[in-house]
Design a binder for this molecule. Structure first.
Ligand SMILES: [Zn+2]
Length: 321
């Protein structure tokens, strides 16, 4: 039997990434184009269809060689109507993006939420491979994630599940973009970490992060990582606080779902063991199941930016045995 291929599409805030994925999970060809935002939904659709055609061509394949395409969107995708119900950053509401892309390409196209698909990607070909249940918690600009149960995305009754970032962990706490206060995202996102580091840097100009801040006007995640390695007390104070809230939120998620694996992804996952060890310690101390002999394994996601593309390809069923 000849190798089967699928087209994976990851529609992000600034770029549309495309890839041809083989049935063994390898990406054989990839590309990316700017979304061209701001643009109308029709224009975004045309840009996406064009990027797909060019990707297939670049791989020297024809659309008929593909078993289908999957697309991850930064919003709520209704899989019954193939509509993007709500994508805040794209200014898209109730637009049949997936259906229209299928019409434009003439092959089966399935859509899903980008964070859900990243979780599916990790489950299919990444650090979550072999787990019966998996949660991915992504620490980036916001906090997102996905839940996989027996190989399927748990998306709730309305395709809006797994918004871990909007679980309140500090009643009346920091304001969140969703309108509530004290959301996990306002404490555990990469943006929250750098914002707190900048605050601390301004208060302690003689610290390592203070000097970085004075010279450049900002403190990045990388600056914090460097400062931690240099044992900068101000950076450590900020990071300990961050770990406390991250550990608290992850313990909540584990107490509710008890997944076999929980993976941490997103930019902050580059902190590696510096992040993982204290989070594991926190969870170990506080999880309800601490007396069980079987517990959630906490790890770092392995596919990085490819998780969404592989997860999108997985929607076509290419990896099903
Ligand atoms: Zn929120």
């Amino acid at each position: 039997m000849s190798t089967r291929y699928a087209l994976g599409i990851d529609f992000g805030g600034t770029t549309i990434k495309t890839a041809i994925v083989a049935q063994d999970g390898r990406i054989i060809s990839r590309g990316s184009v700017p979304t061209g935002m701001p643009a109308s939904p029709e224009k975004l659709l045309a840009t996406t269809a064009d990027a797909c055609l060019r990707q297939v061509e670049a791989a020297r394949l024809a659309l008929t060689d593909l078993c289908g395409a999957g697309i991850g969107m930064p919003g709520t995708v209704n899989q019954e109507t193939d509509c993007v119900e709500y994508a805040n950053n794209l200014g898209m509401t109730s637009f049949p993006f997936v259906r229209k892309l299928r019409d434009a390409l003439g092959i089966p196209v399935t859509g899903g939420n980008d964070a859900d698909l990243a979780a599916l990607g990790e489950y299919t070909a990444g650090a979550g491979k072999g787990a019966s249940s998996l949660m991915l918690v992504t620490l980036g600009t916001g906090v997102g994630g996905g839940i996989i149960v027996n190989g399927k995305i748990w998306s709730g009754c309305n395709y809006a599940a797994a918004e871990f970032g909007h679980m309140v962990i500090e009643a009346g706490g920091r304001p969140c973009t969703c309108g509530r206060r004290g959301c996990f995202e306002a404490y555990a996102s990469a943006s929250a970490l750098t914002a707190q580091a900048e605050k601390k840097a301004a208060e302690q100009p003689d610290s390592l992060i203070g000097k970085v801040y004075a010279a450049s006007g900002h403190v990045s995640g990388k600056d914090i990582l460097t400062a931690l390695k240099e044992e900068d007390a101000a950076a450590k104070e900020v990071f300990d606080d961050y770990i406390y809230y991250l550990g608290l939120g992850i313990t909540n998620l584990i107490n509710i779902f008890q997944p076999e694996k929980l993976l941490i992804g997103g930019g902050i996952s580059n902190f590696g063991d510096l992040l993982l060890n204290p989070v594991r310690e926190h969870v170990e101390k506080y999880r309800y199941s601490r007396y069980s002999d079987r517990n959630t394994q906490i790890g770092i996601a392995s596919l990085k930016n490819d998780a969404g593309l592989i997860g999108a390809a997985a929607l076509t069923g290419i990896f099903d045995r």
